[in-house]
Ligand binder design. Structure first.
Ligand code: NDP
Length: 480
């Protein structure tokens, strides 16, 4: 049977665009449909604008430090509107780059929503249908609100980049990547940030000592973090709420009248009741309570594709669904929800389907970074995970780095290696420090290669740096 295309990709994010480009470059006839902006979550409403905001927010401490280094600076202030317009200019530029990469590779693009009609046919929003030998679902995910009454009053991470003005007081709900990153960003930009996390410590699943230090440092820098606390009720703030919050809520309640002038993306101040009974009024609430795969309404289940309990498209190690012609990659499969992983999955898909070389994606030992302040770079097992599996030696040091210590700041960094007692292999490396993301990329190579503690030790230190401690830790702090 003759198909219109060899490949139809649904979703123009990092994974979909890469797969489309590489397949087309290899000679396949490829089409791609995207209902929103080309570039997807990473480029338009995730990693890229977030990282630029991290840079913007770090200047406040940088300016303070500069004075300690002898620079004479004025007070300075942050102009959100000016920054936002430059940020959006950059996102427009990047979207243009993505579009030209696609057209340059010969991919036909459709700026429309696409759904499946059958295992070989895609229907676009304009009603047209297109047949393809293979269909790749790369529709990503979206932020999920917690399901509370009135939770539409809160923003999600997508909304942050379009705020008309910065809120004066912001509540962030959640303790994962997005909650912690935005708590630090907004705090750095001068917003009063309160964070509620329902668990005992933020960044669940990561190394305990690293989480502890990040949590302490975030609080030290001004984030009002409440652990074991959740939001139980919310409503548009009324004068009564403001008055009652002032009685029960301690320092966080707004004086009557002060909130009305403030409105964020949500359209006005919000009254919030916490699980500890306290009531507060915030100018805005951000729900960073997880993300959900974009698998609804695509005709996937109807075509016979398996959908998991969290809404994820179920795939095998080659990203193939239960329907042989349909594959899925990236966040919609809810495997490891990171841009570089989606890209790898896209490349492996092309290798498997178009180059006759079945290639599973290796999801083991993926280095990653959380862009909190301080930053967190991590690869491999946490101490808690490793000790469940085998006996381990823990090498760990925490100290005040030269740059901020000189400026009189109390910041501490942490370097930690989790080492197998039996094989002496480094099972995990965890770094809490400025630029930890840059460091872990390199340490990740060694860990992925199976380096032992002795391999780290015979590498000469680069002096004076923070990361030299990774190769100079002599004795384990404990064996567990
Ligand atoms: P996460 O799943 O990491 O965190 C969700 C947080 O919300 C958790 O702390 C969770 O608590 C809490 N939560 C969930 N439901 C509720 C609820 N009903 N009420 C209160 N709290 C709730 O999601 P994120 O949205 O932060 O990030 C999504 C994914 O995006 C990440 O897993 C990561 O893969 C990716 N990402 C990566 C980044 C990076 O690489 N730097 C940056 C941003 C995102 P609990 O722990 O108790 O479940």
């Amino acid at each position: 049977m003759a198909f219109d295309y060899d490949l139809f990709v649904i979703g123009g994010g990092s994974g979909g665009v890469r797969a489309a480009r590489v397949a087309a470059a290899g000679g396949a006839r490829v089409a791609l449909a995207e209902e929103s902006r080309m570039g997807g979550t990473c480029v338009i409403r995730g990693c890229v604008p977030k990282k630029i905001m991290v840079f913007a927010s770090a200047y406040r401490e940088g300016f303070a430090d500069a004075r300690s280094y002898g620079w004479d600076l004025g007070e300075g202030s942050f102009d959100w509107a000016r920054f936002r317009s430059r940020l959006h200019g950059e996102l427009d530029r990047l979207e243009g780059v993505y579009r030209s990469l696609l057209s340059g590779s010969g991919v036909t693009t459709f700026d429309q929503r696409a759904v499946l009609d059958d295992p070989h046919t895609v229907r676009l929003a304009d009603g047209s249908t297109h047949s393809a030998k293979h269909i790749l679902v790369a529709t990503g995910g979206r932020p999920e609100r917690p399901g509370l009454p009135n939770d539409h009053l809160g923003m999600v991470s997508d909304d942050i980049f379009n705020l008309e003005e910065l809120p004066r007081r912001l509540l962030i709900v959640g303790g994962g990547y997005i909650a912690c990153e935005f708590a630090c960003i907004m705090n750095g930009l001068g917003v009063e940030v309160t964070q509620f996390y329902r668990g005992a410590q933020i960044l669940r699943g990561f190394d305990g000592e690293a989480r502890g230090l990040i949590s302490e440092m975030m609080q030290e820098k001004g984030v009002d973090l409440h652990l074991g606390t959740n939001i139980v009720d919310m409503a548009p703030a009324t004068a009564d709420h403001v008055a009652s919050a002032a009685v029960t809520g301690g320092g966080m309640a707004a004086p009557a009248g002060e909130t009305s002038a403030r409105s964020a993306a949500t359209g006005g101040p919000v009254w919030v009741k916490a699980s500890n009974g306290h009531e507060h009024v915030f100018d805005a609430v951000l729900f960073a309570t997880g993300r959900r795969p974009n698998s609804d309404g695509l005709g996937l289940a109807e075509a016979g594709v398996g959908i998991g309990r969290r809404g994820q498209v179920v795939v095998d190690e080659f990203s193939q669904t239960a329907v042989p012609s349909i594959y899925a990659i990236g966040d919609v499969t809810n495997r490891v929800n990171l841009t570089p992983v989606a890209i790898r999955e896209g490349m492996a898909f092309v290798e498997t389907v178009f180059n006759g070389n079945p290639t599973p994606v290796d999801h083991d030992l993926i280095p990653s970074a959380v862009f909190t302040q301080p930053e967190f770079g991590t690869v491999g097992l946490s101490e808690e995970e490793a000790r469940e599996q085998e006996a381990v030696d823990i090498y760990c040091t925490s100290f005040r780095p030269m740059q901020t210590a000189f400026a009189g700041r109390p910041d501490r960094v942490l370097m930690k290696l989790v080492v197998s007692k039996a094989t002496q292999k480094v099972l995990g490396c965890h770094i809490v420090a400025p630029q930890a993301g840059e460091m872990i990329q390199l340490a990740g190579i060694a860990v992925k290669m199976g380096a032992t503690k002795a391999d780290f030790d015979r590498t000469v230190a680069v002096h004076p740096t923070m990361s030299e401690e990774l190769v100079t830790m002599k004795a384990p702090v404990r064996s567990v």
